[in-house]
Design a protein around this ligand. Structure first.
Ligand code: SAH
Ligand code: MG
Length: 203
C-alpha cells in the first residue's frame, strides 16, 4: 500500500493497522460497487479507502454532516478548537476534509455527502460493495447507521465497524452492539478483527 500523502499529517482517530486493513478490504471489494463510509472527520479513513478505490477503479461515498460527534463539541473531551466555526457556533470539519482530499489527489474518487447518515440514507439506495461505520457513537446513531447502510451491501461485500470494545471499561458499547446485531442477523459472517475494527462479510 502506498498512500498519496503523509497520513500522520491528517487529524483523526484511526490506528495505522486499522487503516491498512480498510485499504486491503476496499481494494478487493470496490469492483463490486461503490464503497461508503459514515464518519469522515478530517479524512484519515477516507484516504485509506479512497486510495484503494482509485486502484480498483471504484468510488467512495463519504457521509458526514461535519458538525462533529458528541465528544467533539465545545467543552467535550475530543474538541479541537481549530475545527470550530465561531461564526456559526458549530464544529466544521468539512474545510479540513476538503483540504485532505486535495492533498491526497482524491477529488475525482471521493463523493463527499455533507448530510446526516439518516438523511443520506433517505436519499440513496445503492448496491454497496463495502460500508465502513465510524459515525456517532450513541446507540441511536449506531443503530441508524447499521439499519440504513448494512442492508444495502451486496452479497460478498464487506461491513466494517470501528471502535468495538468488548469491555465497557475501554469504551462506549454502541459499535459493539451493532456488531452483535450484524452477527445475529445471519446476513453476515464475522472475519478476523483488527484492533477495534470489526469486519464482516455479507453472505
Ligand atoms: N473516520 C474518521 C473519524 C470519524 S469521527 C477518521 O478516520 O479519523 C466521527 C465523525 O462522525 C465526525 O466527523 C462526525 O461529524 C460524524 N458524525 C457523527 N454523527 C453523525 C451522523 N449522525 N451522521 C453523519 N455523520 C456523523
Ligand atoms: Mg472511530
Amino acid at each position: 500500500m502506498r498512500l498519496p500523502l503523509d497520513i500522520q499529517s491528517v487529524k483523526g482517530f484511526l490506528h495505522p493497522d486499522e487503516g491498512r486493513r480498510l485499504h486491503d478490504l476496499a481494494l478487493h471489494a470496490a469492483s463490486l460497487g461503490p464503497v461508503l463510509e459514515v464518519g469522515s472527520y478530517c479524512g484519515k479513513s477516507t484516504v485509506y479507502l479512497g486510495t484503494a478505490c482509485r486502484a480498483a477503479g471504484g468510488v467512495l461515498l463519504a457521509v458526514d454532516h461535519h458538525r462533529g460527534s458528541e465528544e467533539h463539541q465545545l467543552g467535550e473531551a475530543y474538541h479541537d478548537p481549530a475545527l470550530y466555526d465561531a461564526d456559526v457556533g458549530a464544529m466544521d470539519s468539512f474545510r479540513a476534509f476538503r483540504q485532505t482530499l486535495a492533498e491526497a489527489c482524491l477529488e475525482d474518487v471521493v463523493v463527499p455527502i455533507v448530510a446526516s447518515s439518516e438523511l443520506a440514507g433517505r436519499a440513496l439506495r445503492l448496491p454497496l460493495s463495502m460500508v465502513f461505520i465510524d459515525g456517532g457513537h450513541s446507540l441511536a446513531a449506531a443503530q441508524t447507521d447499521y439499519l440504513t447502510w448494512a442492508t444495502q451491501i451486496v452479497s460478498g461485500g464487506v461491513l466494517a465497524i470501528h471502535d468495538i470494545f468488548e469491555d465497557p471499561a475501554d469504551g462506549g458499547q454502541a459499535p459493539h452492539q451493532i456488531y452483535q446485531l450484524a452477527i445475529a442477523s445471519e446476513l453476515f459472517v464475522a472475519l478476523e478483527k483488527t484492533r477495534t475494527l470489526g469486519v464482516l462479510k455479507r453472505r
